[in-house]
Design a protein around this ligand. Structure first.
Ligand SMILES: [Ca+2]
Ligand SMILES: [Ca+2]
Length: 503
């Protein structure tokens, strides 16, 4: 027996032990020789909340499964690769190289994840089930391949009533994947609250970045990726032309919302994809809704640069789409193409530079309603008509882009400068493509670039000698070292909703 008084005295230290953060979060070293463990899995198995599993350089031929969550009090469980730490799927044939299934407070950063080739749906980094505070930062995922079926580079499938939330996918590179009818990066189903930022996705044979709903992944009523930001990503050389599952059809989007809702797509650069940006639903009677596409570059799409609506009239809807402050160049099928079942589309303050004989604004369906085009600049094709919709404040004239298609910034003397309509920042955002103030001078400029700034991409002065692909490469590589900036792997100025921080 123990007296009541004695029990009360014991209760204090017990409570502290149960609720306090670990006093000594530890670093568990994984190395081919000389570390605490020789495999990443053994390191993960030994980790608790707050611990970092540090993979030293080397090729690890294994799959890594997070078996535990971190916690708000104890901190994240972090799997971190030093430069040269490679998770290699050669010979493993199927499954997922990194698996996070219904775990929270976990982070994967700095790993090279490669060479998973096989049947089923191979995935480089997989987040599944439900959970919160999950960060995928600065990894390089490549050569995830399925010769005849499907594959993903990075995938989050929210499949439970508990959503995947507070998800950050930042600074990763995904390239040279063979994906079948799946996507380089996808958020699918019950994924609610995310930031997809500063990733570089290129040279894959299907969609670059996709936010999906209505595929039956999540529970009814929760089956849409939603409430997120897609910002500052660079996507190029995405095409299904040589994808064996499409028979030569070229329909791969750089950035795609297929059934998602309440998403802002801003300050991205998409070049040389089948479609740069598309807002649609592939499921009849279902709506993608409340999507803002602002302050982006788009160039050289095989189809249209910005497309919306179901690809056939019996497919789904696109409701409440705002297209503002974008600069688009040489969309083969048009600069903006509305397909079917669009309702409520605002097209304002953009620069549309079309190839001769091509369309600026193309109505490709018969039932698109409440479409407003206003105050856009048009150049390259017709000198008097925007196309399928009128524009009460159209500007026709050479926007003087600095070096299309590689550099869509405005040059001195562009008629786009200070020609924008002043908009609510809820619609226009506060920053231009370079992260500079969206409004400088008397009025906003048309297109994605507010001219005259000096803090362009990755510190490259606007119009500097470096091509944008060099600039973005440096940007991505800088992302790998973000941990040094604030210890959390987040870029300075990382745009996380204040409300997320409080959770
Ligand atoms: Ca201005
Ligand atoms: Ca600028």
């Amino acid at each position: 027996m123990i007296s009541m008084k004695h029990a009360a005295n014991l209760a204090w230290p017990a409570a502290i032990l149960l609720t306090a953060a670990p006093l000594f979060p530890k670093t568990i070293t994984v190395s081919k020789s000389g570390g605490d463990f020789a495999t990443i899995q053994a390191g993960l198995n030994a980790a608790s909340a707050g611990d970092t599993v540090l993979a030293k350089p080397g090729v690890y031929g294994e799959k890594a499964v997070f078996g535990k969550s971190g916690s708000q009090a104890g901190g994240y469980i972090t799997l971190k690769g030093e430069a040269g730490a490679i998770l290699d799927g050669t010979g493993l044939n199927a499954g997922e190289l990194v698996s996070i299934d219904s775990k929270s407070y976990v982070r994967v950063t700095g790993l090279e994840v490669r060479n998973l080739k096989g049947s089923g749906t191979p995935i480089g980094i997989s987040v599944g089930g439900g959970g919160s505070h999950i960060e995928i930062l600065g990894n390089h995922v490549h050569n995830i391949e399925n010769a005849t079926g499907n594959a993903h580079g990075i995938a989050a499938y929210g499949s439970t009533a508990t959503p995947i939330s507070q998800l950050i996918v930042d600074g990763n590179e995904i390239d040279h994947c063979k994906l079948g009818q799946s996507e380089s990066m996808v958020l699918n189903g019950n994924v609610a609250g995310f930031v997809v930022s500063d990733n570089v996705v290129h040279d894959n044979d299907n969609i670059g970045i996709d936010f999906i709903g209505f595929e039956g992944t999540g529970p009814g009523g929760q089956d849409q990726a939603r409430e997120g930001i897609c910002r500052g990503n660079r996507v190029y050389n995405i095409s299904s032309a040589a994808n064996p599952t499409y028979g030569g059809e070229r329909s791969a989007d750089g950035i795609y919302v297929d059934g998602g809702r309440d998403i802002v797509i801003e300050r991205n650069i998409v070049d040389n994809c089948d479609i740069a940006y598309e807002i649609a639903s592939e499921h009849g009677g279902k709506s993608t809704s409340n999507i803002t596409i602002r302050n982006n570059f788009a160039s050289r799409s095989w189809q249209g640069n910005i497309m919306a609506g179901g690809y056939a009239s019996n497919k789904g809807n696109a409701d409440n789409v705002v297209i503002t402050g974008n600069t688009t160049y040489f969309g083969n099928g048009g600069e903006v193409v509305l397909q079917n079942n669009c309702k409520g589309v605002i097209i304002r303050n953009n620069v549309f530079f079309a190839a001769a004989g091509k369309a600026y604004l193309e109505n490709a369906g018969s039932n698109n309603t409440a479409v407003t085009a206003d105050n856009n600049l048009y150049f390259g094709a017709s000198t008097s008509s925007p196309g399928s919709w009128s524009d009460a404040h159209a500007v026709f004239g050479n926007p003087k882009l600095q070096g299309a298609p590689s550099n869509l910034h405005l040059a001195v003397g562009s008629p786009a400068i200070n020609a924008g309509a002043a908009l609510d920042t809820a619609m226009s955002g506060t920053l231009d493509i370079d992260g500079e103030a969206r409004v400088a001078g008397a009025k906003p400029d048309l297109g994605a670039d507010e001219a005259g700034g000096t803090t362009g991409l990755a510190g490259v002065t606007e119009g500097g000698a470096a091509g944008w692909r060099d600039a973005i490469r440096g940007h991505a590589e800088a992302g790998y070292e973000k941990e040094s900036r604030d210890g959390l792997g987040r870029a300075s100025g990382m745009r996380i909703k204040a409300s997320w921080r409080a959770r």
